[in-house]
Design a protein around this ligand. Structure first.
Ligand code: ADP
Length: 485
């Protein structure tokens, strides 16, 4: 059983209109610990009817919430931030239990998630409009920004807390109520956030969490209901495209954070120690299960062998195990399907001539634990070149020239994060400009922060989260033309 100092953070009901509710059908969904498959708790398996109730509650809450002053909304967000940080240890334990990431990483995610609440508590007060010099005598032109309306947020399991706050904090700050549908694997962080939101003083209906039995039915209601004015989704490109199509009928605004296929390029002139440290942070964080994880390591000919040897040393030091039981750097993968995808990528690469430098198979701990893996001599015809592996596998590609590296890096339909290591200032500027990506890490493997805009180009998505840009996605521009002056 989970040993929480605040047991009220472990909830087994969904949160709609300020109340903790069961599914109308009475059905429940098991939430299990991926480290050992054990049952943590069961949550309501909700569908379209409960989703509609939540949307209606949010719609009723919209008027009074947007009518509050920015400072009043800011104060509630600030309290939420403080409550999240005060509960950091409990929230981290809950997250490790439902998601599997090492406890230290879970604590880091709580702080990262909370940072968006703090940031947007501040930004709430800085939603400025504009005045425009009139085009005719006797007129005045004023531009105001207004909250877009009810927001639906559909979030993934890899960051069970931070993907919720990254969407909801700017929405709430702007004056929009939210209906969140967390991933079925990880609803507990979302429900704990709802408990803390209630304590922070969000009025009923402003923040709602639906736990879905059938994500398709809930997703359909969230995208078809005309009262929802905006969908913010993080997840697979496949589901993102489906939701985008479903939103077309009511012309909803969209923010989409979809898949990536991040290149991580190491040039001959790179600082090798820094490149190895960056590759470790980018590749093996969350056991390789993030959309900005290095998916393809492109290494220049002259340092290929040296880089491979140093990376292997670093990977050999990673300890694999259950996050609640010790100091491990690698947890289990989220489920069996994830393990099978990793196995398929390795098998495809090896069948076409790649070499296993390290790992390559399920870990002796069993379950969904996997050995941290390095593959060398990987080429663009192999599965890891085209698809996101989402696991602890570092495939090493070889390149000769800068031009070839950029071509390989951009040879994908995705465009979320890219990384490269070089100490040549001319190359740094050339490559930064040539990369078709929303985020570029230059001599840096960790790029996520609440102060900078996170988001992708091409099929990686629409919109930006975090930073001064993040609140814009939840605002509409209204132009007031005043005559007769
Ligand atoms: P992953 O492969 O990372 O699990 P998904 O895109 O399947 O990515 O899941 C991300 C989120 O999308 C989860 O909350 C999941 O429940 C939700 N989801 C999956 N299918 C649908 C759907 N048809 N409609 C709405 N939400 C969906």
């Amino acid at each position: 059983m989970l040993d929480l100092s605040d047991s009220a953070l472990l909830r087994d009901h969904a949160y709609i209109n300020g109340s903790w509710v069961a599914a109308q059908s009475g059905e429940r969904l098991a939430v299990t610990n991926p480290a050992d498959g054990s049952l943590i708790i069961r949550v309501p398996a909700m569908g379209a009817a409960e989703t509609r109730q939540a949307i209606e509650a949010a719609d009723r809450a919209w008027g009074p919430w947007k009518a509050k002053t920015a400072k009043e909304r800011s104060a509630v967000l600030r309290r939420w931030f403080e409550l999240i940080m005060a509960a950091q240890n409990d929230l981290a334990k809950l997250m490790t239990a439902e998601q599997g990431k090492p406890l230290a990483e879970a604590k880091g995610e709580v702080a990262y998630g909370a940072s968006f609440v703090e940031w947007f508590a501040e930004e709430a007060k800085r939603v400025y409009g504009d005045t425009i010099p009139e085009h005719m005598p006797g007129r005045r032109i004023v531009v105001v920004k207004e909250p877009i309306g009810v927001v639906a947020a559909i979030t993934p399991w890899n960051f069970p807390l931070a993907m919720i706050t990254r969407k909801c904090a700017p929405a709430l700050a702007a004056g929009c109520p939210v209906v969140v549908k967390p991933a079925e694997d990880t609803p507990l962080s979302a429900l704990a956030l709802a408990e803390l939101a209630e304590r922070a003083g969000f009025p009923p209906g402003v923040f709602n969490v639906i736990t879905a039995g059938d994500p398709k039915a809930v997703g359909f209601e969230l995208t078809a209901n005309p009262k929802v004015r905006k969908l913010s989704f993080t997840g697979s490109t496949e589901v993102g495209k489906l939701l985008m199509a479903q939103c077309a009928a009511t012309v909803k605004k969209l923010s989409l954070e979809l898949g990536g296929n991040a290149p991580f390029m190491v040039f001959d002139d790179a600082d090798l120690d820094a490149a190895v440290a960056g590759a470790m942070a980018s590749k093996y964080r969350n056991t390789g299960q993030t959309c900005v994880c290095a998916n393809r390591l492109l290494v220049q000919d002259g340092i290929y062998d040296a880089f491979t040897a140093r990376l292997a040393e670093a990977v050999a030091a990673l300890k694999v195990g259950p996050g609640l039981e010790g100091d491990f750097q690698q947890g289990p993968l989220i489920n069996e399907e994830a393990v099978r995808k990793v196995e398929r990528h390795i098998a495809d690469a090896v069948a076409k001539g790649a070499r296993v430098v390290m790992g390559g198979k399920r870990h002796a701990r069993g379950g969904t634990f996997f050995e941290p893996t390095i593959l060398a001599d990987v080429t663009p015809d192999m599965a890891p070149a085209r698809e996101e592996t989402f696991g602890p596998v570092a495939p090493l590609f070889r390149f000769k020239t800068e031009e070839e590296a950029v071509r390989m890096a951009n040879d994908t339909e995705f465009g979320l994060a890219a990384y490269f290591y070089s100490r040549d200032v001319g190359r740094v500027w050339r490559v930064s400009r040539a990369l078709e990506y929303g985020i570029v890490g230059i001599n840096e493997g960790l790029i996520s922060t609440e102060v900078a805009p996170f988001g992708g180009v091409k099929e990686s998505g629409l919109g930006r989260e975090g930073s001064k840009y993040g609140i814009e996605d939840f605002l509409e521009v209204k132009y007031l033309c005043m005559g007769g002056i």
